[in-house]
Design a protein around this ligand. Structure first.
Ligand SMILES: Cc1ncc(COP(=O)(O)O)c(C=O)c1O
Length: 384
């Protein structure tokens, strides 16, 4: 199979990811931080080591503020709902948001009467920045923004947003689900206060593990309360991190897998343009040449994540994905990609979009086969 659905979940993983998970299951097995025996300590060590490597790789000053959740969605919910909301507060987001930001924000609207502005993308970055600045009011308590669109791969000017947020002392939450593993990220240098992503996309880690990192002295209230393996006599949740925000047994095998994935990522973190980005450029150029194919997203010369969004004529995107799967053994994703406002902006709510997303292990030969398949499909629909 040609797997071009890497933005949903990366496949395959580096072999050491699975090996680390099997080792954690078979050889460690114990509950991290819940005992003083050797196996519990080993499990706790791999978790603390993963916090350290993540804090180093992603520029989060305090490893204790590297938190584990089951996915990016849970991490984003903790970041958003953990803030002290009151009626009349205001949040700025964009029309590119995945539902994992939009739905928690919509729930704040209902629960607390928080007001949310979704700023659309404008053709020029300066216009977008200007509109974000204009949206800021005295009541703005958070800017929550995806780092890259999961539909088109367009990258947001996070550093410029961070600088505007800093001027008004508004915390910035970044959803790095589509950039972590593809793009160098450094919270401190970029001015990001909170950042969330899953392990299973560009980082090539396993499903079931995601991270939230907090930079500086921003405080959050826990969404869950329970056992932390520490201060058990106290009926209240401990006040120190990470225990304050992590209740219950952690996913040690998932974290061990993520640890291996982060170590693998560390070996290629220096690459200026990752190979999946180069392949994406070839794919994008090739698709643009096929008559009847419409491509969406930034133009060729603008930085973009390894995602290509397109449609064939006016054929429903799901139909194209089905033909690719059944006739060509090619996996892509179609539909709205959990980001309905993006489709409102692009005018693709009815048709959806075919998304081909590439990763570390995809090849030039696969890109060529994919282009040939789309050419054949377009020609056959043209004949109907
Ligand atoms: C931009 C973005 N944010 C958040 C998520 C949610 O990730 P998860 O399903 O791992 O929680 C995704 C997943 O597709 C995404 O693309």
């Amino acid at each position: 199979m040609i797997y071009f659905d890497q933005a949903a979940s990366s496949h395959p993983k580096p072999p050491e990811v699975g090996e680390a998970m099997i080792h954690a299951l078979n050889e460690m097995g114990a509950n991290p931080g819940r005992g003083d025996h050797r196996l519990a300590k080993e499990a706790a060590d791999i978790i603390s080591e993963t916090r350290k490597i993540a804090s180093r790789l992603f520029g989060c000053s305090d490893p204790k503020k590297v938190l584990f959740y089951q996915n990016a969605t849970a991490a984003l919910n903790q970041a958003i709902k953990g803030m002290p909301w009151v009626n009349g507060n205001h949040v700025i987001a964009t029309t590119f948001e995945h539902n994992s930001i939009r739905r928690p924000l919509e729930s704040l609207k209902k629960q607390y009467g928080v007001d949310v502005t979704y700023v659309p993308w404008y053709d020029h970055e300066d216009d977008f920045i200007e509109h974000v600045k204009q949206a800021i009011t005295h009541d703005t308590k958070l800017i929550a923004m995806t780092h890259a669109s999961n539909v088109t791969g367009a990258v947001m000017p996070i550093e410029r947003i961070a600088s505007a947020a800093r001027q008004h002392q508004i915390p910035l939450l970044v959803d790095a689900s589509q950039t972590a593993g593809h793009k160098h990220l450094h919270m401190k240098n970029m001015g990001i206060n909170m950042m969330a992503f899953p392990g299973h996309k560009g980082l090539l880690g396993p499903q079931g593990i995601g991270m939230l990192m907090v930079e500086g002295d921003l405080d959050l209230q826990p969404l869950n309360h329970g056992g932390t393996g520490s201060f058990s006599e106290d009926p209240d949740q401990p006040s120190h991190w990470p225990e304050k925000l992590e209740s219950g047994t952690l996913n040690t095998p998932g974290i061990a897998g993520l640890h291996a994935a982060l170590k693998f990522y560390e070996t290629r973190n220096h690459e200026n343009v990752p190979r999946e980005t180069l392949l994406t450029q070839t794919l994008f150029k090739g698709l643009k040449k096929i008559e009847g194919v419409t491509c969406y997203g930034p133009d060729e010369h603008v930085e973009q994540m390894p995602i290509v969004a397109f449609n064939v004529l006016d054929i429903p995107s799901q139909e194209i994905a089905m033909v690719l799967d059944s006739h060509y053994d090619i996996a892509v994703r179609a539909g709205l990609h959990c980001s309905p406002l993006t489709h409102e902006t692009l005018g693709t709510t009815e048709q959806g979009i075919v998304r081909a997303s590439l990763g570390r292990y995809n090849t030039e030969d696969e890109v060529e086969q994919f282009l040939q398949a789309i050419k054949e499909i377009t020609e056959s629909y043209n004949l109907l």
